[in-house]
Design a protein around this ligand. Structure first.
Ligand code: MN
Length: 236
């Protein structure tokens, strides 16, 4: 019997409250852990650390999770009024992890902010405020809310093959999006033209999605994505 593939997931670092504590914590929704476990993977958390990319020696795949907006200085822009205060350590470590994972041709999945990290880490840039950009579609009604929209997938792309479809109904909870995909090849778009999925060309499994496949309401619909990530480790 073979050991489960080890899937490294980045974490939030936020002030959090539980028991008698209210402290800065490195944390992650159990949603992600449940999704990885259900797909047959063994989840380990990779909080921001100097030289964090060295941790990739010990894991088989990397998931860049959701979270606050990336500091606009990372892609040479001034902050928009609605852009979050940057999580400097997270930005630095996740960009480093992303680049190292690509160098190592390691299976890589970016989720929401994770897709945006993949774009910025490969030289791209972001739209800082989608309503202000006036693309037309609602991608988030208010912080913490999920809405839904259609995504058109590039036929034959990795994401299209994973879901076995050329279009997909996805959840959506983001107010920023990819402007310049950098070194990524876009393979999924919302009907307003926004990039919703993008891939690392030449990598067996390097995919970022703007939606939230980890959400428990989407467990069944999104299980092909996590199953494909774990399968990519063993080349199945
Ligand atoms: Mn969206």
């Amino acid at each position: 019997m073979s050991a489960r593939p080890v899937i490294g997931l980045t974490t939030y670092v936020e002030s959090a409250r539980w028991g008698s504590w209210e402290v800065e914590a490195a944390l992650l929704h159990c949603w992600y852990l449940d999704a990885v476990r259900a797909a047959g993977g063994l989840a380990v958390l990779l909080p921001p650390e100097p030289d964090c990319a060295d941790a990739l020696d010990r894991v088989d795949a990397l998931v860049l999770i959701g979270g606050a907006d990336i500091g606009p200085d990372r892609y040479g822009a001034e902050p928009h009024a609605t852009t979050d205060v940057p999580r400097v350590e997270r930005d630095a470590s996740e960009i480093a992890l992303c680049r190292r994972a690509i160098d190592r041709r390691m299976p890589l999945l970016g989720i929401c902010r994770g897709l945006q990290i993949m774009a910025v880490a490969t030289g791209g840039s972001l739209i800082q405020d989608l309503p202000d950009a006036g693309l037309g579609l609602v991608h988030r009604e208010f912080p913490g809310a999920f809405t839904e929209h259609e995504v058109r997938l590039e036929p034959g792309s990795l994401v299209s093959r994973i879901y076995g479809a050329d279009s997909l109904r996805v959840n959506s909870s983001h107010h920023q999006g990819v402007l310049d995909p950098g070194g990524l090849a876009p393979t999924g778009w919302a009907l307003d033209g926004l990039i919703e999925a993008a891939e690392v060309p030449g990598l067996p499994f390097g995919l970022g999605v703007q939606w939230h496949p980890e959400h428990p309401d989407r467990r069944t619909a999104e299980s092909p994505l996590f199953t494909a990530l774990v399968a990519a480790v063993t080349g199945q």
